[in-house]
Design a protein around this ligand. Sequence first.
Ligand SMILES: [Zn+2]
Length: 284
Amino acid sequence: MIGGIWDLLVSRHPVVTAYVFVLGACIGSFANACAYRIPREIGLSDERSFCPLCGARIRWSHNIPICSWLWLRGRCADCGGRISVLYPIVELLGGVLFAALYARHGLPLASAYWVLTGMLLIGMRTDIEWQIIPDRVTLGGFAAGVAFSAVLPGLHGADDALAGVKAAVIGGAVCAASLYLVAWLGTRMLKKEAMGLGDVKLMLCFGAFLGWQGGVFSAMAGSVLGAVLGVGCLWVSGRKWGTFMAIPFGPPLMLGAWIWMLGGREGWNAYLSDAEALSFLLAP
Ligand SMILES: [Zn+2]
């Protein structure tokens, strides 16, 4: 019986994938609550869900991820105040990413990426709204990454727990140190703070889950995406160029990490082996 359930769970059957989508949307909903409560220092178990505007308890039928926001047209059922569009976006992102990670990696590997994704969704929202990524996300993520690397050394292509933990710790250290160096150089050149320490701690978490190559890839892809998104935001909002540096760097870094998890790794390896294959052209 239990074997049968496990076989179904690892089968990547479309019905299971649909369930995983619902699970991801619920985790997105939980991430929304965490992102609201952590910066305000409200305990996660203190109270049931409430409206951020009027404080009214939210009925279960109005607390269904994605659907409720659409059904209520983005307004609170009690006070009629506008509920941020970030709520359904984070829920939808949770559902899509959970399902895609499951379809790509299957269990048990996807479970590690789900945990990382849940934490990143919290950090993404707090970075957009408060320009902070809580330590519980970044340092907590590093601890979770090291723990997962011991249980699932395959995350780093390693065979045993010790090699997995080693890859996670080295990955975190290399990624955080490299971004710290970039931030330090940027601060000296621009004569103002170029990057938050939260982003450096975020790289610690990336390195632990994705290895040093995944972390470096996320930083490079994130820089390109951040520049494109930044120019896009300035163009849409019509603000001055001087405000460019105020755009949070966390969300594009996270997009870079998701690209790595969903196929960037294979693309990167193919690129490296191509580069190796063509390197004879550069030889004298
Ligand atoms: Zn309300």
